[in-house]
Design a protein around this ligand. Structure first.
Ligand SMILES: NC(=O)c1ccc[n+]([C@@H]2O[C@H](COP(=O)([O-])OP(=O)(O)OC[C@H]3O[C@@H](n4cnc5c(N)ncnc54)[C@H](OP(=O)(O)O)[C@@H]3O)[C@@H](O)[C@H]2O)c1
Length: 340
């Protein structure tokens, strides 16, 4: 598709993945504009064999575009997204700026793709953990309504951006060479370590990441009262998040029913081989589109049979961000409304 496309935050982890996903899915090269901060002006990025200049955001920079992807943080989205909307583009926002606004669809296409019909040229992409969780649990929720989720995450450094990815590589090399480690992109040492997600903790004891996952999963699944408890942990994995999920359903779901539903669900791949002890791993989904689901088993801690446990791994730069954003744009298509 030869659409006019812009990426705001093109030099970042999500922005670079957007370039890859657009090429993979045959969306280039049309008119392409790449934006980042002042720091990146003068840099060039590769797109489908051509070299594109990175520019700074400026008045009228969105004129004539079809799709504008924002992945430069909530403050940049709040400042610029409405200008892209006013210029007639469809905005897909990867930041948290608009996700909980009632009039903004928050979309995982396989789960609630129909809600894009309600868009006003602005659609939000969920938090990466919320996207993976909603995608993995949706086929089971359709078998029997969810009552409660208890989740622990093992989140890769790519979730904290490109600088954090470089930091893990550098710290690991320094640690092995016996050199001192000085955390910069992340607040604690990440090589050979793990720590609680470092977003701000409120009076409930939950951090901002955990609060986002709760509210956004409820919105994507359209179950506002769903009880969710979650602990988010950063681990020394380069890309792909993992989630341990304990789910309670209204009625019992057997392990086989759950496996069949996962097998048939778009976007998921069942990896559940007990004899080989082979279950989802970040290394087997990094750089890939499918989200892996396995270790499906009856929750022995819920003797009434209404509980299941599962383990989920997904490359959140893809399904939790870039791939999901491009899938949303594809759902809407290129039907450019008149600029206002
Ligand atoms: N990483 C994930 O897995 C993930 C998943 C879902 C959603 N998100 C969201 O996506 C966004 C980007 O995340 P990321 O991980 O890609 O971060 P990142 O690697 O740190 O990249 C941030 C990008 O934003 C640009 N930027 C920063 N300030 C800017 C400004 N004032 N004007 C224009 N561009 C500016 C940066 O440009 P410079 O290179 O010039 O600094 C860079 O291109 C965040 O809102 C994040 O919450 C991330």
């Amino acid at each position: 598709l030869k659409a006019g496309i812009a990426i705001v935050g093109a030099t970042g982890a999500v922005g670079r993945e957007l370039l890859t996903v657009l090429v993979d899915r045959g969306h280039g090269p049309g008119d392409l504009r790449l934006f980042a901060s002042e720091r990146s002006v003068g840099r060039k990025l590769e797109f489908a064999g051509r070299s594109c200049d990175v520019q700074m955001l400026a008045g009228k920079c969105f004129t004539g575009l079809d799709w504008v992807f924002f992945s430069a943080g909530a403050a940049v989205s709040r400042q610029w997204a409405m200008q892209a909307v006013a210029a007639g583009a469809l905005v897909i926002d990867n930041s948290s700026a608009f996700r909980l606004e009632p009039e903004v669809p928050l979309v995982v296409p396989e789960v609630n793709g129909r809600t894009v019909a309600e868009h006003h040229r602005l659609i939000a992409n969920p938090n990466c953990v919320a996207a993976l969780l909603a995608l993995a649990i949706w086929p089971l929720h359709r078998l029997s309504p969810l009552v409660r989720l208890v989740v622990s995450t093992y989140q890769s450094v790519s979730g904290a951006g490109r600088r954090a990815m470089l930091e893990l590589e550098q710290q690991s090399a320094n640690h092995l060479a016996g050199r001192p480690i000085k955390p910069q992109a992340l607040p604690h040492p990440i090589a050979f370590n793990l720590f609680s997600h470092t977003s701000e903790v409120d009076q409930t004891g939950y951090n901002a990441e955990e609060r986002k996952v709760i509210a956004e999963t409820q919105k994507v699944l359209a179950v506002p009262e769903l009880a969710i408890s979650i602990t988010c942990i950063r681990v020394p994995v380069l890309r792909a998040h993992s989630l341990s999920v304990t789910a309670t359903f209204d009625r019992p779901i057997s392990e086989d029913q759950a496996r069949d539903a996962i097998r048939q669900a778009p976007g998921l791949r069942l990896v559940d081989d007990r004899s080989a002890n082979h279950f989802p791993m970040p290394s087997e989904c990094s750089g890939r589109d499918e989200v892996l689901v396995g270790r499906i088993r009856r929750d022995l801690g819920q003797p009434d049979g209404r509980g299941l446990q599962l383990f989920v791994c997904g490359d959140q730069l893809r399904k939790g961000a870039a791939l999901n954003a491009v899938q949303i744009a594809e759902l809407v298509g290129v039907r450019r409304p008149a600029a206002v």
